[in-house]
Ligand binder design. Structure first.
Ligand code: DAH
Length: 345
């Protein structure tokens, strides 16, 4: 009987030592110590043991029960520790790895070009003036000699906030604000956003930016305008770029002109690597800006004597200037804020 018990003990101890999971261990517990377990069965069988042996055998059975219980606990502790270790290994953080670098932004090409324009005109003695983007018809149209029925005043072209306020359609009202505030000599540029009720497409945007220029003094001539704008183009695009002036019309200048430049992208050749230039469509020229001599009516309206003072003015689209320089043919790129586009400049 004792041998049988010992054999059972050895069997249980061996099985426990080989158990590798909590589930397996639980099965073994049930098989040996459960209600119908083999060791439990031994305890139950004690009543059939001869009275004189009962004490001795009872002690052995109890000792085996205790030992198997202890082995179970021991094994459970070992398995739990192993599982915990595996969990930790799986969740391990390598604190020596380098951190993830946050990508830095980049200056918009428009900002860079605006700064370059400012730098060039400042080198020619111009000062930078700013005006409000919400304007009145007085500054945006009346003082600039737009007749009352001019189509630009229509809500088709201009974004009105209410009858007395609108989003400026050009930077020209800054000319008026500066002339009202000061006396000649004036040598200023005014960069900033302007708005028109245009639908967004490859070359139009309801919001874009311009730089206005104004010079007023004794004896300013068209030759001064010509010299300043040529100098600007040569500093901005390089001295290989040629310019030409075509007669044009603006209500606030007389005479008025448009300045064209040889296409900076294909250098006026009309082709790039044998293909038609995508900036000038093969013509070799691009219209760059509007300009002219300040109209007498504009000078009079701000209280300047046109017999004494003359001046010239110009307006440049910053997006156009940038597109010609870099061969960008989609104005929308400038407003999408995609760093993959912006960081190329
Ligand atoms: N304001 C004009 C526009 O937005 C551009 C312009 C043309 C400005 C001639 C001027 C100028 O100062 O003299 O189309």
């Amino acid at each position: 009987m004792i041998d049988q018990i010992k054999a059972l003990e050895d069997k249980a101890a061996k099985a426990l030592a080989e158990a590798t999971s909590k589930e397996h261990l639980e099965e073994l517990r049930v098989a040996f110590l459960g209600k119908k377990g083999e060791i439990t069965a031994l305890s139950r069988g004690m009543k059939d043991v001869a009275a004189e042996q009962r004490k001795e055998i009872g002690q052995v059975v109890n000792a085996v029960k205790e030992r198997i219980g202890a082995l179970l606990d021991e094994r459970l502790a070992v398995i739990a520790a192993k599982e915990r270790e595996a969990e930790l290994a799986a969740a391990r953080v390598d604190v020596t790895l380098p951190g993830r670098r946050r990508r830095l932004g980049h200056l918009s090409p428009l900002t860079q070009v605006e700064r370059e324009i400012n730098r060039i005109f400042q080198s020619l003695g111009f000062v930078i003036e700013l005006g409000p983007e919400v304007e009145t018809p007085h500054y945006n149209f009346d003082q600039l000699n737009f007749p009352p029925d001019h189509p630009a005043r229509d809500a088709q072209d201009t974004i009105f906030i209410d009858e007395g306020r609108l989003l400026r359609t050009h930077t020209s009202p800054v000319q008026i604000r500066v002339m009202e505030r000061t006396r000649p000599p004036i040598r200023m540029i005014a960069p900033g956003w302007v708005y028109r009720s245009d639908t967004l497409d490859a070359t139009h945007s309801p919001m874009f930016s311009q730089v206005e220029g104004l010079v007023v003094d004794d004896g300013i001539t068209f030759g001064d305008l010509f010299g300043v704008l040529n100098e600007f183009v040569h500093q901005f695009y390089g001295t290989n770029v040629k310019t030409r002036f075509r007669p044009s019309f603006f209500p606030f200048t007389e005479p008025s002109a448009e300045m064209d430049i040889t296409c900076p992208f294909c250098e006026g050749k009309g082709t790039v690597n044998g293909a038609r230039c995508r900036v000038c469509s093969g013509s070799g020229w691009k219209e760059l800006l509007g300009c002219g001599m300040v109209d007498e009516n504009v000078l009079k309206a701000v209280g300047y004597d046109p017999e004494h003072y003359t001046g010239f003015a110009f307006g440049i689209g910053i997006e156009r200037l940038t597109m010609f320089k870099y061969g960008v043919n989609e104005i929308r790129h400038f407003f999408e804020g995609d760093v993959r586009f912006i960081s190329q400049f």
